[in-house]
Design a protein around this ligand. Structure first.
Ligand code: MCN
Length: 800
């Protein structure tokens, strides 16, 4: 297939040419044939290479950095410490300053000055003629430390006896965020039943295929620094880098070439990229840095890491009245870019789940520890929220001896009550939760499966069924709301759509896909809106020198917000094109219809102009092709700021068998019903769901960051961090319902994180259901056979 061509995998007619059709991702052709261009592929003449000297200690004073020998290694150009950069780089900023939480943003430097705060904290940077020399020299740098006791236990970190990560952050508490809908105490005091559970949502390490990296070049002729880097949001990075470096924003150009995944870990502006930008100016030569996988695990942001004390209050008849949680959220050694908003806004506000729960209480302690910083990771706050809601629903159902599906059904917000304001202040846009549950139950044959389970249990088999009826908030977001939560910038999106004189179309989006497939879906969208062949549309992204402005790709926002902006731009172009077509055809504009790619007078298909005819006329300004006074050209730039978030939802049901001897878990069936409103490309949507489920399942069963008692990360390689492979993945039975969102021009909701949010509770609920005959109520993720064995032994001992 030639670049730009598409393969449509189904033939039914949808009324529009491309949207709603399964079309293979056109970008994959270049990615899988080695024609992608990643940061590491960019080579510039005269490049120097940087390697960071990183601390082995989690918490220690820096006494001396001795690099005399390293500097003598042939090919080493320079070595700089944190002290050398003092006054040259500003501290790493935090962009989400949540109000009313007594927020302390500690002063964290790109390279440590007096003290290291996690194992992996940079202490110096070596610059050399080759990456190998840089690494060798980094190993020769000798650092004298005075070790300090590390802060690792977030539940003890606030004690007076605990060491401090920062002397000026008392009790290591970066913030205390509270949410109370005003009726929580009373609700819990008067409820018939209150179930309680301590739940650990373990720390995870994002592991995108491409690690982080940057190559920067300062042009002394123009005074402009250009940096190619692995980023999900080039404009946000440009803004934050300009704050750190003091370089005016218009003298910085950030380019994201192809980016090999991010899962949230390439949102944050961490130190190394800023150092690389500084070094190119300092040495007057391009400077490049690329993480190793070990460095990536040590020093790129981690995700999750909550300890949650959760309670759910209900009436005997199963009406859920309240949910409250006291949460310790491990923020790590500093507050990364979006970090404070993740365990608070993105977590607490969504605690009602799909239910009519009236009392919501939440208290989140944001704790600084001597571990790598935690920030957004696929789902960001919503998997942590959905997990406790859905686990507690199952625990409550078991306590009330109710079927967990029926308990959910009883408490759902009914389809007739949308838009629906929940007590946390959000307004759910649209939904039909019963429909998704019913579809999932039907697909898995729920009632028969329960009968089968009963029979198998009698035979001594450990089989279980787990339901997860999740909701998430995505499509971030309405700027007004986002700003009121303390986020530093608005979260709108921009698009420029340019119809060239030949009728070919360039779409420039502020979204920055890095694996999600918008080069295809946005071409589908624009081709339909402009009624041109998809081969005539090319999508561009990821260059601050080319795109007006953009907030980037995360929070499953790109289709909703960037797609919305594209649709608006296209519609404005069609409006203008209609005027030109009317002028060319000599008929009033009101009589012109636009269908089948043709502008024609109503009732007269023989006289028409195509988009290409109109475009040529639009650029032929000065002649009589366009109406008098009309601006030449056929392009539009729009900024779209949605009026609300979107709320995708669904129900996943998992059926598992636990081996009674080895306690190995086998997922026998996994049914997913998801609703992301209108779908542009069902094939990509399904792919996103599959990938998301893989990540959720990984959290449920395999992955966790493990630190030893000194704060050393023991899972700093792919052989220690238990990322599942295709072998561990079950076959996924994927279904959809379609409830369009009324709050964007194309009726879509996000889908990129849905699977990751839904899967952990579906799997854990299923395993707990399987183990319930053994008297086991809860085991924390990941559900390793060893943990299950221990729980079984403990339960047996208790029974004796
Ligand atoms: N889509 C669609 N119809 C819809 C919704 C989405 O056709 N109703 C399509 C989109 O146009 C796009 C894809 O599905 O091609 C995902 O779109 P969307 O839900 O808008 O999500 P984003 O593009 O904003 O992606 C972000 C989301 C997040 S937050 C993480 S983390 C994540 C993810 O997507 N990281 C990923 N998916 C990933 N996939 C890959 N391969 N790599 C990552 O790093």
């Amino acid at each position: 297939m030639k670049p730009g061509q598409v393969e449509i995998l189904e033939s039914e007619e949808h009324g529009v040419a491309y949207s709603g059709k399964r079309i293979r991702r056109r970008e994959d052709q270049r990615m899988i044939t080695g024609h992608g261009q990643y940061t590491e592929d960019i080579s510039l003449p005269g490049t120097l290479y940087a390697s960071f000297v990183r601390s082995d200690y989690a918490h220690a004073k820096i006494i001396e950095v001795d690099f005399k020998d390293a500097l003598k290694l042939p090919g080493v150009v320079g070595i700089l410490t944190g002290k050398d950069l003092e006054g040259k780089l500003n501290p790493i900023p935090t962009a989400w300053n949540i109000p009313g939480s007594d927020l302390h943003v500690p002063r964290y430097s790109a390279i440590a000055v007096d003290k290291v705060r996690y194992a992996g904290d940079p202490v110096a940077v070596v610059i050399a003629e080759s990456p190998y020399i840089a690494e060798d020299a980094a190993e020769m740098v000798s650092v004298k430390y005075e070790p300090l006791d590390p802060v690792l236990d977030m539940e003890k970190a606030e004690d007076r006896s605990s060491p401090l990560v920062y002397e000026d952050v008392p009790g290591n508490r970066a913030f205390l965020w509270k949410l109370d809908t005003g009726n929580v105490e009373d609700t819990f005091r008067t409820a018939d039943i209150v179930v309680k559970q301590r739940i650990v949502n373990q720390r995870l390490q994002p592991a995108s295929m491409e690690t982080r990296g940057a190559i920067a070049e300062y042009n002394s002729g123009t005074g402009i620094t250009t940096v190619w880097m692995t980023t999900q949001n080039p404009h946000v990075h440009r803004f934050l880098l300009s704050v750190i470096l003091g370089i005016p924003e218009h003298r910085l150009r950030v380019i994201a070439p192809d980016v090999g995944g991010g899962f949230g870990s390439k949102i944050s502006c961490l130190g190394p990229e800023a150092v690389i930008c500084y070094l190119t100016g300092h040495y007057g030569r391009p400077v490049k840095w690329n993480e190793t996988r070990r460095e990536n695990f040590l020093a790129t942001t981690h995700g999750r890491d909550h300890i949650q004390y959760v309670e759910m209050a209900a009436r005997r008849d199963g009406t859920v009245l309240g949910i409250r949680a006291k949460v310790f959220a491990n923020m790590g050694a500093f507050l990364s870019t979006a970090a404070p908003g993740v365990p608070t806004i993105l977590f607490g506000l969504i605690l009602p789940g799909q239910y009519r729960i009236k009392a919501i209480g939440c208290e989140v302690h944001g704790i600084l520890t001597n571990t790598m910083a935690v920030d957004a990771y696929r789902g960001a706050g919503r998997p942590e929220a959905s997990f406790i809601v859905e686990r507690m629903m199952d625990i409550l159902a078991s306590e009330l001896k109710m079927d967990p599906a029926e308990l959910r059904r009883k408490n759902f917000i009914p389809a007739s009550e949308f838009p629906h304001a929940v007590p946390t202040g959000l307004v759910y846009d649209s939904g039909n939760y019963v429909q998704a549950l019913d579809k999932a139950m039907q697909a898995i044959g729920y009632h028969d499966l329960r009968k089968k389970q009963e029979k198998l249990r009698k035979e001594g088999k450990l089989v279980g069924i787990g339901i997860s009826s999740y909701i998430e908030v995505s499509g971030l977001g309405p700027s007004k709301v986002v700003r009121s939560t303390g986020f530093g910038l608005g979260l709108w999106e921009s698009a420029t759509v340019r119809v060239h004189p030949t009728g070919k179309v360039s779409v420039f989006t502020g979204g920055n896909p890095h694996g999600q497939g918008e080069e295809t879906t946005f071409a589908q969208l624009a081709a339909d809106e402009l009624q041109v062949p998809i081969e005539d549309v090319e999508v561009f992204h990821g260059d601050t020198g080319m795109i007006p402005f953009g907030m980037g790709t995360y929070g499953s926002r790109t289709t909703v917000v960037a797609g919305g902006a594209i649709a608006i731009s296209c519609r404005k172009i069609v409006d203008k094109a209609r005027k030109i077509a009317a002028h060319l055809l000599g008929v009033p504009e009101i009589d012109i219809l636009f269908e089948g790619g043709k502008f024609h007078p109503a009732g007269d298909m023989d006289h028409f102009r195509t988009m290409a005819d109109v475009a040529l006329a639009a650029y032929g300004a000065g002649g009589d092709e366009v109406p008098d006074g009309m601006e030449p050209g056929l392009e539009n730039t729009s900024f779209f700021d949605p009026e609300n978030f979107v709320y995708p939802f669904g129900t996943h049901i998992c059926y598992v068998e636990v081996d009674p001897e080895t306690y190995k878990i086998r997922i026998k069936r996994y049914v997913a019903v998801d609703d992301c409103g209108k779908q542009i490309n069902p094939m990509i949507v399904e792919g996103q769901i599959h990938g998301g489920i893989a990540q959720g399942l990984a959290q449920a069963l395999y992955e966790e960051s493990v630190f030893d008692s000194t704060g050393t990360l023991l899972t700093a390689s792919l052989s220690d961090y238990a990322m599942p492979t295709a072998v561990e993945m079950p076959s996924i039975e994927s279904y959809f319902t379609e409830t369009p969102s009324p709050h964007n021009p194309i009726g879509v909701k996000g889908v990129g994180e849905a699977g990751t949010i839904a899967a952990p509770s579906a799997v854990v609920n299923a395993v707990m259901d399987a183990l319930s005959p053994l008297g086991i109520r809860h085991i924390d993720m990941p559900l390793k056979p060893e943990k299950i064995w221990k729980a079984v032994m403990a339960s047996k001992q208790k029974a004796e």
